[in-house]
Design a protein around this ligand. Structure first.
Ligand code: ANZ
Length: 962
């Protein structure tokens, strides 16, 4: 990278005169010295109960970073944002007497290494390990206080042994709805044997009822099927998202709205395949409810709740003329049943064949074939007000409320995987049905009247019919909704919903029902680079689990990682493990020749439980030791978990699900894994595109004068070029896809990592996204230079200290301690750093600090710029690292501020006076003013448009009319 003179940290001229000046070179020396020492002394090693050095009287902090995928590009400056933040917190808490667990590891299975392996024949382990080595070096160079003894990687057999072990727990368990938790599957068989439970027509266990089949009457196959129906891990033939380009099946969430793969943007098709599934749906209710008990950002909770998608409504049976089996629908609006003028089945619905008349068979078959090619995600995306397709089956059902015959259609806006795969269509009050009914000329009677003065929503208005009528999908008052037995007319929607549900229940036509959008988790991948399943398949189709004592099932060595072509050209190829040596693939047992499961687990698996392994990473008897787990997870799980908001749904939901299963089975002590969660913002940077819209490497872009874009990027009117052609500038998250990655290595080399740490924390609030502005890095560097000069004589390298403290500086030091302490607790690092800068400036002007003051200042600086702080601490004569030195305290009496009285004006008249700290910030003053009783009285209910604060002088309130 080329440097412009303005950003050069140390000018060589003064370096000769001041050999002990804080320069990039000196910073480099100091940093590597301390990094070596910390590592040698295991300064940040955490102690488990029972370890020598464990102190049971200390409080604990388990602070966790979302562990990274070791990509070939290494870290960019966006990664450390969260890592530095947690590091500051951990260093601070150690100084406050906490036993701190702060580990780091690698989420190391995954597609990129495998794609590289397929293309270049290099074993993914080699690339992965090389990438891990790079990232460890980079992380260490940032001076992060991890306990490196606890490092784990999900690809190590003694790690994935336990991932496989958890899978076995899932396989050997079922969810007992009567107690709302997982139990060993043996208890299910015992319940069935004893007759406490019987089996229904769908091979499901239910409490003993009339007509249920008893265990003794079931043959072996049926028994296996019943158990399989309940296991938390089960095999199912399911329509999957098949991505030929990646050679694998993808989970719905890995498919974009356009029906393409999230990674690589390849086309994705639906096809049936036998796959391992995890029964996460059994936990839907607990996963939603327990969000109330964690300290997480509200938007993340909301995203999880939406993903789980709880809906309350009813099941209603619509009798069909042709058969004696009714069509059952799930609806959230049973109060609209009088307005159901037709029904729609998902094209895959099992009743379609029986309902379809001969006349309609051709169009129905064609339509079903056509929808097969579309992914569920694509269909869902169109489930709104978009274009609708569908065909009439020729069949009819009876609306149980009106007694009228209504036609049955099939359409792909109804999904097989939700509710019952069938709907009653109420076109006047459901936007999808409305569009469909107008397109196919079906009746649209109104059964809900909107409240008086109702204005259609923008979505409703957009669908206005030729006669200007709009659909109404909100809550109002029922109309045209009565039969001989029940009338909803005049009732508000919630009341109507209750009454009609009671009627449906009392007449056996339906029942109350809660549904979840959450689907079971598709857990198989047709890849090599993942955890093998600990499962065996017998030639007769039976599946058995590998015994716990035989774990881990180690990935076999292979040289060719491409999937193996299948005999059937239409079928997906077999997974790469189909090529594994027979000695791995085939297991002989009791004369039976079993084949191992050839799929592997998805990348989510290893990251679902790593926080537990960090607690006790070398335990080869147990996933995690009991005492250690109880100690570190006490108080509701990981105390502080920091990572990107992109993991708000899947990773966190999957990890919570596994954790709850482990909790139910008694392996962990808390119902939730992560007590407190925090999402750091993104670092954003400029990116550039050529005329075709293709992203070009930002580092190679120059302005019209040939200066690197990074140095002139926000200059007004600048024009940018790449290889001589003009490019356009935009702004986005720093990363690979925008080719605007900046490596922390460059910055560390140029300024030292203490500067990088300060810069990243000083950029703005931690949860905000903010621009990478290389020209500003010099600021924190100059601050460290001033701080150093405050303590050290640059010609001799000796400490410079005054004997008597300056009273003002002493007072400011107390205030700074109070502020920094408080700010770190609130993660307001930017304001803490600002306070440190002010202190250094004030102390410099006042002529320096005493030894005692300097000590306290150094300790305050330590969490942010630990290397320079350790160096000064050593110069102050201490032999030990300051890592566990007590945090400085302050005298509250010295922290009180000077106060001022400010007049408050309203419409030109002074109406009140408020007393505030002389240096209080305007937002605080505004709050104090608006809370003042006199001000409230003077406002007399008028709305405040603006509060203008002139600091130290006056406050003006501007009010709105009325
Ligand atoms: C009649 C009705 C009338 C509905 C009305 C809505 C409004 P949520 O809230 O998302 O759970 N539905 C049910 N199963 C479906 C499926 N498999 N595919 C597509 N749509 C399905 O949505 C529940 C509503 O979505 C149900 O309530 C049903 O339409 C539709 F004024 O039934 B409703």
């Amino acid at each position: 990278m080329t440097k412009s003179p303005s950003t050069k940290p140390a000018d060589t001229a003064t370096a000769d005169r001041n050999p002990f000046r804080y320069s990039a070179q000196l910073a480099g020396e100091i940093e590597s010295r301390w990094q070596t020492r910390w590592e040698r002394d295991r300064t940040f090693a955490a102690h488990n109960p029972g370890d020598p050095g464990f102190d049971a009287t200390q409080p604990k902090l388990y602070c966790l970073d979302m562990f990274p995928y070791p990509s070939g590009e290494g870290l960019h400056v966006g990664h450390p944002l969260g890592y530095i933040a947690t590091d500051i917190y951990c260093r601070f808490r150690r100084m406050r007497g906490f036993n701190v667990l702060h580990p780091m590891g690698f989420d190391a299975f995954g597609l990129p290494a495998e794609q590289f392996a397929v293309e270049h024949g290099v074993h993914p382990r080699l690339t992965t390990e090389r990438n891990i080595a790079t990232m460890v070096r980079q992380l260490k160079a940032l001076g992060l206080s991890y306990d490196w003894d606890r490092r784990v990687a999900t690809i190590e057999p003694d790690y994935y042994k336990w991932t496989q072990w958890i899978f076995l727990q899932l396989y050997h368990s079922w969810f007992d709805p009567r107690v709302g938790k997982a139990r060993p599957i043996d208890e299910l068989s015992r319940g069935l044997e004893s007759g406490e439970l019987v089996v229904d027509d769908h091979h499901r266990a239910t409490p003993a009822v009339e007509g249920g089949r008893v265990w003794a009457d079931l043959n072996e196959n049926d028994r296996v099927a019943v158990l399989a129906n309940h296991r938390l891990a089960y095999l199912a033939e399911v329509p999957v998202n098949w991505c030929p380009a990646l050679g694998t099946v993808l989970a719905n969430e890995e498919v974009t709205n356009e029906g393409r793969s999230d990674r690589g943007n390849h086309p994705v098709y639906k096809r049936p395949l036998k796959q391992w599934m995890l029964r996460i749906t059994a936990y839907a209710e607990r996963l939603a409810d327990d969000l109330d008990h964690v300290q997480w950002p509200e938007p993340v909770k909301l995203m999880q709740r939406n993903w789980i998608g709880r809906s309350e409504g009813a099941m209603i049976d619509f009798p069909i003329k042709a058969t004696d089996e009714p069509i059952r629908v799930f609806t959230t609006r049973p109060d609209t049943v009088f307005g159901a003028t037709y029904m729609v089945l998902a094209p895959e619905h099992p009743l379609v064949d029986r309902i379809t008349t001969d006349q309609q068979r051709r169009v129905v078959t064609d339509y079903r074939r056509q929808t097969q090619r579309r992914s569920e995600v694509e269909r869902m995306a169109e489930a709104g007000g978009g274009e609708k397709t569908g065909v009439f089956t020729g069949g009819h059902a009876v609306n149980p409320a009106t007694g009228r015959e209504i036609p049955i259609w099939i359409a792909d806006y109804v999904l097989m995987g939700y509710g019952t795969g069938a709907i009653m269509a109420v076109p006047a009050h459901d936007l999808r049905d409305w569009v469909f009914a107008w397109r196919f000329d079906l009746p649209v009677p109104t059964v809900v009247e909107p409240p008086a003065g109702y204005e259609p929503t923008s979505e409703e208005a957009a669908l206005a019919a030729p006669d200007k009528r709009c659909p109404f999908s909100g809550w109002g008052t029922s109309v045209n909704s009565a039969n001989d037995e029940v009338s909803l007319d005049g009732l508000p929607s919630d009341e109507a919903k209750r009454i009609i549900t009671e009627w449906l229940e009392s007449t056996g036509r339906g029942c109350r029902e809660v549904q979840y959008k959450l689907r079971d988790w598709l857990f198989s991948r047709q890849r090599y680079w993942g955890e093998p399943f600990p499962m065996l398949h017998a030639p007769d189709g039976r599946t058995v689990a590998v015994d716990e004592s035989e774990l881990p099932v180690v990935l076999p060595e292979m040289e060719d990682f491409t999937p193996e072509a299948s005999d059937d050209p239409e079928a997906p190829p077999r997974p790469p493990l189909a090529r594994a040596p027979e000695s791995w693939r085939i297991v002989q047992r009791d004369g039976v020749r079993y084949e191992r499961e050839l799929n592997t687990m998805p990348q989510w698996a290893g990251s679902c439980w790593y926080y537990l392994r960090f607690i006790d990473p070398r335990n080869d008897e147990q996933l995690v030791g009991h005492d250690a787990e109880r100690y570190w997870m006490a108080g509701g799980g990981v105390d502080f978990y920091v990572g990107g908001v992109e993991h708000a749904v899947l990773h966190l939901l999957y990890a919570r699900f596994w954790h709850k299963v482990l909790y139910d089975l008694g392996h962990v002590s808390t119902p939730e894994p992560f007590g407190r969660l925090f999402n750091q913002g993104y670092i954003q940077g400029y990116a550039y595109r050529d005329a075709r819209g293709v992203v070009v490497p930002a580092a190679e872009v120059v302005d019209e004068n040939g200066s690197p874009a990074a140095e002139v990027q926000d200059r007004a009117g600048a024009k940018f070029f790449w290889q001589g052609d003009p490019v356009t500038q935009e702004y986005g998250k720093i990363g690979k896809s925008l080719k605007n990655v900046v490596s922390p290595d460059e910055i560390c080399e140029e300024y030292g990592c203490d500067t990088l740490r300060l810069y990243e924390m000083y950029m703005g609030p931690l949860d905000a996204s903010k621009p990478w502005a290389p020209r500003d890095i010099i600021g924190p560097f100059r601050f460290l230079q001033r701080a150093w000069r405050l303590a050290v004589d640059e010609r001799t390298g000796e400490l410079t200290m005054r004997d008597e403290p300056d009273a003002d500086v002493e007072r400011q030091l107390h205030r700074t301690i109070a502020k920094v302490t408080d700010d770190i607790e609130r993660l307001a690092y930017n304001t803490a750093i600002a306070a440190l800068i002010e202190l250094v400036n004030a102390a410099t002007s006042a002529g320096g600090l005493t030894r005692d003051q300097l000590q306290r200042f150094v300790l305050l600086l330590a969490p942010f710029a630990p290397h320079v702080a350790e160096e000064l601490w050593a110069k102050l004569g201490h032999q030990q690292s300051l890592a566990c030195e007590p945090w400085p305290s302050y005298d509250p009496a010295l922290v009180t501020h000077d106060q001022v009285e400010l007049p408050v004006q309203l419409q030109g008249k002074v109406r009140a006076r408020v007393t505030v700290d002389a240096d209080a910030d305007p937002a605080l003053i505004e709050a104090a003013v608006l809370a003042d009783e006199k001000v409230k009285a003077a406002l007399a209910g008028r709305s405040v448009r603006k509060v203008v604060v002139v600091p130290g002088k006056i406050v003006n309130i501007v009010v709105g009319r009325g």
